[in-house]
Design a binder for this molecule. Structure first.
Ligand code: F6P
Length: 356
């Protein structure tokens, strides 16, 4: 059996653990397994940059962050545009697949990666997709790997801010990754006792934020902690078109939404408001034990899918069980936080403000 493997899009902590799961699941059960690793995501498949991997490559990588194959963003929307030297990227990927005589291509990545995996499926390649992203926004799986590892890091950042915020009676904003969806901010915020959580799915008003800060102040709490998603948006801005918003943001020239919120808080309350951005630390370091288990299970389930010839699927986890989910049903869909979901309601009941 010959399989190809690639990791595409932003990295996360458990990519290596997932690849190890696939290869162990296959090598224990299949004779003459050959695994080709394509470097730097789809680029490796397009330009034929790959290597035959050995069992040594998969040894000792369960706990190692990043990806042994490297990754890059090769946006789906540009897949039909000519690549370097005018190359037809889709045809090039197919050619390399057929040249190596692969039985299956295992593709690890997030939403954009999944769309291209589905495109390759439509083009007749045997693909299996594994859902990676710290954003946990892939439709059709309860969990993506990388998410809980990132929650741990974002949560630790907010925990550290807590003690200093209390000492100085300041307002602190911790900006959490997630441009389009707020799962990471929601989980990290609740886990670390943030007072205000701002998500892309729940546009905020300045008045509500100030109200929540004042309420704490009246209750004798001198500090307030906000967990703000990168993609948090005000009610006013949410009404703008993409073009209008881009123009407005360029004019305002804040490095990110958190700095805008911080300035607004300082102006309206007189309190010092500081911003901390953990940024890409949230994608770094070792995978947490949950992700190691998840990736071992998803990887092993992917191996079974390959041995059973069940291609064209994402291997997801639903209600605690691994499940094959047809790519055609999920590609292009986003799993967002429902503003009326139980978790948001439960958080609100505890006094957490969402600025709405
Ligand atoms: O998709 C994962 C993610 O980390 C998002 O949370 C974040 O908005 C984005 O990638 C950052 O992308 P880049 O690493 O390209 O700056």
């Amino acid at each position: 059996m010959k399989i190809g493997m690639l990791t595409s899009g932003g990295d996360c902590q458990a990519l290596n653990a997932a690849m190890r799961g696939v290869v162990k699941g296959l090598s224990e059960n299949v004779d003459n397994l050959e695994v080709y690793g394509f470097y730097n995501g789809y680029k490796g498949l397009i330009y034929g940059n790959y290597r035959l991997l050995t069992s040594e490559d998969f040894s000792g990588i369960l706990t190692r962050g990043g990806t042994i194959l490297g990754s890059s963003r090769e946006p789906f929307k540009n897949m039909r545009d000519p690549g370097e030297n005018g190359i037809d990227k889709v045809e090039a990927m197919k050619n390399n697949y057929y040249k190596l005589n692969l039985d299956c291509l295992v593709i690890l990545g997030g939403n954009g990666t999944q769309k291209t995996a589905n495109l390759l499926r439509e083009e007749g390649l045997h693909v299996i997709h594994l859902p990676k992203t710290i954003d946990n926004d892939i439709y059709g799986t309860d969990m993506t790997f990388g998410f809980y590892s990132a929650v741990n890091i974002a949560c630790e950042a907010i925990d550290c801010i807590h003690t200093t915020a209390a000492s100085h009676n300041r307002v602190f904003i911790v900006e959490v990754m997630g441009h389009k969806v707020g799962w990471l901010t929601l989980y990290a915020g609740v886990a670390s006792g943030a007072d205000i959580i701002l998500l892309p799915e729940i546009p905020y008003s300045d008045d509500s934020i100030i109200e929540a800060i004042e309420k704490r102040r009246k209750a004798g709490k001198g500090f307030t902690i906000l967990a703000v998603a990168e993609g948090a948006i005000s009610k006013k801005d949410a009404k703008l078109s993409k073009k209008e918003l881009k123009k407005k943001r360029a004019k305002e020239a804040y490095p990110s939404v958190s700095y805008r919120v911080a300035q607004m808080i300082t102006e309206r309350t007189g309190s010092e408001a500081r911003v901390t951005v953990p940024g890409h630390t949230q994608r770094g370091g070792s995978p947490c034990p949950y992700d190691r288990v998840l990736c071992s299970r998803l990887g092993s389930a992917a191996a079974k899918a390959i041995m059973d010839g069940k291609f064209g699927n994402m291997v997801g986890i639903i209600n605690g069980e691994t499940k094959l989910v047809p790519l055609e049903e999920v590609a292009g869909k986003l799993k967002v936080v429902d503003p009326n979901c139980k978790m948001v309601k439960e958080a609100k009941r505890m006094g957490i403000s969402f600025g709405d």
